[in-house]
Design a protein around this ligand. Structure first.
Ligand code: SF4
Length: 236
């Protein structure tokens, strides 16, 4: 059955959805929707835009004008509002702010989302990222606790460290949300991480490379098996 994400979003908002990541959503009395930074709820003098594509340029930079490599980092810029004429525009704007996150949430609600353990993600890396296969458990857990903490990323993590290894270094609010109650939809749509992002994979590589650089070059195999000295010729 083909699913309709726009209709699903329309229903979520009608059912009480008010927040997505750092965004607040308001249904306007005249029809349509408004998006703004949730912390700008009471600010009167926001810059107003009417195109969902404006969400893309807003999402690129933080308050200081610095580029945001991770769209789900908790540093979305303030000071704007987007007025959108219908649910299709709302869907498009949400997808610019948080790519694929509404579709992932719908898949989660339909029990159609398969999380991928970090070890599985790393084990299929090739080229320069193949080094991530050598990530040690302890350094990997420590890295996830730092790189994926709430202060770095607003997503909740569905994946395990390894197929039978839970994550051990994250706060409870970073782990999977409570099962969804159909009769009481949440007012906040969680942003879900079902597979490690490229930024975490690159950080895994950096941890491995740093350890290996510190350890120095691998031992010279010829030193362990020195070339035998030639047998001296018998004196004639
Ligand atoms: S792996 Fe997921 S939770 Fe961690 S930083 Fe990337 S997107 Fe966020």
């Amino acid at each position: 059955m083909k699913r309709n994400l726009t209709t699903a979003i329309e229903k979520w908002v009608a059912g009480g959805l008010k927040f997505v990541g750092q965004l607040s959503i308001l249904s306007l009395p005249e029809g349509g929707y408004e998006l703004r930074h949730a912390e700008d709820a009471d600010k009167p003098d926001l810059d107003t835009f009417h195109s969902p594509s404006k969400a893309r340029s807003i999402s690129f930079f933080d308050n200081a004008g610095e580029y945001r490599p991770l769209k789900t980092a908790p540093n979305l810029q303030h000071g704007w509002r987007l007025v959108l004429k219908d649910a299709a525009e709302l869907r498009a704007a949400l997808d610019h702010f948080y790519p694929a996150m509404t579709a992932v949430w719908l898949s989660h609600l339909e029990n159609a989302l398969t999380p991928v353990a970090l070890r599985d993600t790393l084990n299929r890396q090739t080229g320069m990222y193949a080094a991530t296969k050598r990530l040690q458990d302890e350094e990997g857990q420590e890295l996830v606790g730092r790189a994926c903490a709430a202060s770095s990323c607003t997503k909740r993590i569905l994946w395990n460290f390894g197929p039978n290894q839970p994550l051990t270094t994250l706060e409870a609010d970073k782990l999977p949300p409570a099962p969804h109650n159909e009769s009481k939809p949440p007012s906040q749509m969680p942003l879900l991480c079902h597979e490690a992002c490229n930024i975490l994979v690159a950080a895994c590589r950096e941890v491995v490379k740093k350890r290996e650089r510190a350890a120095g070059p691998p031992p010279d195999p010829s030193a362990a098996h020195p070339t035998p000295h030639p047998t001296p010729h018998a004196a004639s």
